[in-house]
Design a protein around this ligand. Structure first.
Ligand code: NAD
Length: 259
C-alpha cells in the first residue's frame, strides 16, 4: 500500500473518462476524493461507485469555463474533507469540439480551450498552493497530452493549450521544489473516452478509413488506451514514493512518442 503525506485529493473533470478512473484509483488508495465536473448525473454516478467500493468521495458541480466558478472551486472543495493536498487538473476541452485549420479557426473555441485547458489549471494551482505550502506537502498533477509534444491537424488551440500547460507546470515545479510540493504532468496518447471518440470519427472520415482500421493503427502497441491505463501513474505521482520526482512529464501512449 502506498503512503501519502496528505489525505484529500481534488480531481477536475471527474464525471467520466480519465478523471473518473483517476478518482476511483485515488479513493481505492485510501484518499478522500472531491470530484468536480459540469454534469451532476455523471458526478453522482462516479461518487456512488466510489462509496459502494468503500471509499470516501464528494461531488461539486463546477464549470471551468466560468471564471467566477473556477475561482470559487478550491474553497468549496475544501468543505467536505478539509484543504486540498493533491490537485489533479484533468478537465479538458478536446479538439473535436470544432476542428478547423488555424487559418479558419473559431476564435470563441480558441478562447474556451485556453480557458479550460490552461488558465483553469493555473488558477486552481495558485489557489491550492497556500494550503500545500503551509503543510509542506503537496502534489499538483496535470493531465496534459502527447499534443504537449507533437502537433495534430486542425487542433491548434488544443495543441497550444497542452504545450502551454507543460511550460507552466515546469515553472511551478521549479518555484516550489524545496517546499515538499511536486508538480508533474501525465501525457496520454489516444484514450478511449468521449472526447477521443469524436476525434477518431473526425480523423477516420477525413482520411476515408473505417473506424476500426483507423483505431487499430493509432498506437504502435495497437489500438487505443483505456482510462485505467492512465490512473495508476497519477496515484504513483501523488504518493510519497514519488517525492523526488518533480517537473516531469510522463508519456503513456502505447509507444507513439519515444523521445
Ligand atoms: P472526457 O470527455 O471523457 O472527459 C473530459 C472531462 O472534462 C469531462 O468530465 C468534462 O465534464 C470535463 N470538462 C470539459 N469542459 C469542462 C468545463 N468547462 N468545466 C468543467 N469540466 C469540464 O475526456 P478525457 O479523454 O477523459 O479527458 C480528460 C483529460 O485528458 C483532458 O484534459 C484531455 O485533454 C486529456 N487527454 C485525453 C486524451 C484522450 O485521448 N482521451 C489524450 C490526451 C489527453
Amino acid at each position: 500500500m502506498r503512503t501519502f503525506g496528505g489525505s484529500v485529493a481534488l480531481v477536475t473533470g471527474a464525471g467520466r473518462g480519465i478523471g473518473r478512473a483517476t478518482a476511483k484509483q485515488l479513493a481505492a488508495a485510501g484518499l478522500r476524493v472531491v470530484l468536480t465536473a459540469r454534469s451532476v448525473d455523471e458526478l453522482t454516478g462516479a461518487v456512488a461507485e466510489i462509496r459502494d467500493a468503500g471509499g470516501q468521495a464528494a461531488a461539486i458541480e463546477c464549470d471551468l469555463a466560468n471564471r467566477r466558478q473556477t475561482l470559487g472551486l478550491i474553497a468549496a472543495a475544501a468543505e467536505p474533507f478539509g484543504p486540498i493536498d493533491i490537485l489533479v487538473n484533468n478537465a479538458g476541452v478536446g479538439s473535436s469540439g470544432d476542428p478547423k485549420p488555424l487559418a479558419d479557426f473559431n476564435d470563441s473555441f480558441w478562447d474556451l480551450t485556453i480557458e479550460v485547458n490552461l488558465t483553469a489549471p493555473y488558477l486552481l494551482s495558485k489557489q491550492a498552493l497556500p494550503h500545500m505550502r503551509s503543510r509542506r506537502w503537496g502534489r499538483i498533477i496535470t493531465i496534459a497530452s502527447i499534443n504537449s509534444r507533437i502537433p495534430a491537424l486542425h487542433a491548434g488551440a488544443y495543441v497550444a493549450s497542452k504545450h502551454g500547460v507543460l511550460g507552466f507546470m515546469r515553472t511551478l515545479a521549479m518555484e516550489h521544489a524545496a517546499e515538499g510540493i511536486t508538480v508533474n504532468c501525465v501525457c496520454p496518447g489516444p484514450v478511449k473516452t468521449r472526447m477521443n471518440d469524436l476525434r477518431v470519427q473526425y480523423d477516420a472520415q477525413r482520411l476515408g478509413r473505417d473506424i476500426a482500421t483507423h483505431e487499430q493503427g493509432m498506437t504502435p502497441v495497437g489500438g487505443r488506451l483505456a482510462p485505467e491505463d492512465i490512473a495508476p501513474m497519477v496515484e504513483y505521482l501523488a504518493s510519497d514514493d514519488a517525492r523526488m520526482i518533480t517537473g516531469q512529464a510522463y508519456d503513456i501512449d502505447g509507444g507513439i512518442c519515444m523521445a
